[in-house]
Design a protein around this ligand. Structure first.
Ligand code: MLT
Ligand code: MN
Ligand code: ZN
Length: 310
C-alpha cells in the first residue's frame, strides 16, 4: 500500500494566513527550521495508479498540482483520484470537494451524520449537484453500529474499516451539541496481499480501550498531532479553546489523562506518525525540545509530500 501525505497541517495550515505567533512568524521569516504545511489530507493506493483521497482539503488544488502521482494521465480530461472518503464534516476535511467540481461525478464515502451536515449546515453536496454531482456510499456507522467494513470499487486489494471514534461535530452541524456515533471516524485499511494495515485518524479526541486495540493492530499509525498541550492555544493567546473542547487528544500527558505520545509508545506499529499539526504546536519547529521527545520514542512528524510504502 502506498500512502501520500498531501497536507499535514490542521485547519488554517502553517503558517496560518493571519497569524503572527512565534511559530507562524518564525517560519515566514526563515528564523525557524520549519516546513510550511497545507491542510490535512492523504491519498492511498494499492498500485500507485489509482488513488483514494481520505478527506478533501481546501488546499486540494495546490496539493494535486504538487504531486505528479495525482496528475491526469491520458485523454483530454482525466484524474487518478477514483473516490473520496471523509472522516468528518469539518471545513478543513471537506471543502476540497468543491475543488473537484470540474471532474467526473465524485464517489463519496461517509457516514449518515456527515452526509447530513453536508446537506444542511454546510450544504456542499447540494451545491455540487449543479456541477459534477456526488454518488453516495453510506458507511453504516450510526447508533449502535460503531464499525463497518467496506470496499471501494477498483481497489479490490484494499479492505477498509470505518470506526466510530470520540470527537466533535462541526460548529454548523444541526446536532453540534449532542455528539453522535458517526460524527468522527477513523479508518483501518488493510492490504489483502500482505496483511499490512494503516490506522488513519487525523482527529482523535480520546483513546479508549477500543481505539487502542485498533491502533495496536496496525503496522502504521497516522494520527492526530494537532496539539502538544491541552491549553496551548490559550497560553499563546490565540484562542480560548482547549484541545479537549476542539476534540483533539494532545501529545503531552496532563494531570487528567494520557497523551498521544504515551498511547503511541504502548503500540507496536513499525511507523508511528503524527498528522494534522496545528500552527500552535511546537513540534513544527524541527529544533524544538518537543521534537527531541518524539524522536526518542520513534515518533515521526508527517510533512506535505511524505510518502509511506507499507
Ligand atoms: C479542527 O480539527 O479542530 C480544525 O482544524 C478546526 C478548523 O478546521 O478550523
Ligand atoms: Mn481539523
Ligand atoms: Zn500561528
Amino acid at each position: 500500500m502506498k500512502i501520500l501525505v498531501l497536507g499535514s497541517g490542521a485547519g488554517g495550515g502553517f503558517p496560518q494566513w493571519n497569524c503572527n505567533c512565534r511559530l507562524c512568524a518564525g517560519q515566514r521569516q526563515g528564523e525557524l527550521s520549519a516546513r510550511a504545511r497545507t491542510q490535512s489530507s492523504i491519498a492511498v493506493s494499492a498500485d500507485g495508479e489509482s488513488w483514494v483521497l481520505l478527506n478533501a482539503s481546501p488546499d486540494i488544488g495546490q496539493q494535486i498540482r504538487s504531486h505528479p502521482q495525482l496528475h491526469p494521465r491520458q485523454g483530454l480530461r482525466d484524474t487518478p483520484i477514483k473516490a473520496v472518503v471523509l472522516m468528518d464534516a469539518q471545513i478543513d476535511h471537506v471543502t476540497g470537494l468543491l475543488g473537484l467540481r470540474e471532474g467526473p461525478c465524485i464517489d463519496l464515502y461517509a457516514t449518515p451524520c456527515v452526509f447530513e451536515d453536508l446537506t444542511t449546515g454546510l450544504p456542499l453536496l447540494n451545491v455540487l449537484q449543479h456541477y459534477c454531482g456526488t454518488r453516495w456510499h453510506m458507511l453504516p456507522v450510526a447508533g449502535d453500529q460503531v464499525s463497518a467494513e467496506f470496499e471501494i470499487e477498483g481497489f479490490a486489494s484494499l479492505r477498509f474499516t470505518a470506526l466510530a471514534i470520540p470527537g466533535k461535530a462541526p460548529p454548523y452541524s444541526p446536532h453540534r451539541r449532542e455528539q453522535m456515533v458517526g460524527d468522527n471516524i477513523a479508518l483501518l485499511i488493510e492490504d489483502r496481499r500482505d496483511g499490512r494495515r494503516l490506522f488513519y485518524s487525523p482527529g482523535l479526541a480520546e483513546v479508549g480501550n477500543q481505539e487502542l486495540r485498533w491502533m495496536s493492530n496496525a503496522d502504521c499509525l497516522l494520527v492526530d498531532g494537532t496539539f502538544w498541550e491541552e491549553d496551548e492555544m490559550q497560553r499563546a493567546g490565540l484562542s480560548g479553546k482547549t484541545a479537549t473542547e476542539m476534540g483533539h487528544l494532545p501529545q503531552s500527558a496532563s494531570a487528567v489523562r494520557t497523551g498521544m505520545v504515551d498511547v503511541m509508545r504502548a503500540t507496536t506499529a513499525r511507523r508511528k506518525v503524527l498528522i494534522h499539526i496545528n500552527n500552535s504546536n511546537p513540534i513544527l519547529d524541527e529544533g524544538s525540545p518537543q521534537r527531541r521527545v518524539l524522536e526518542a520514542h520513534g515518533i515521526e512528524v508527517s510533512y506535505d509530500g511524505m510518502e509511506i510504502t507499507l
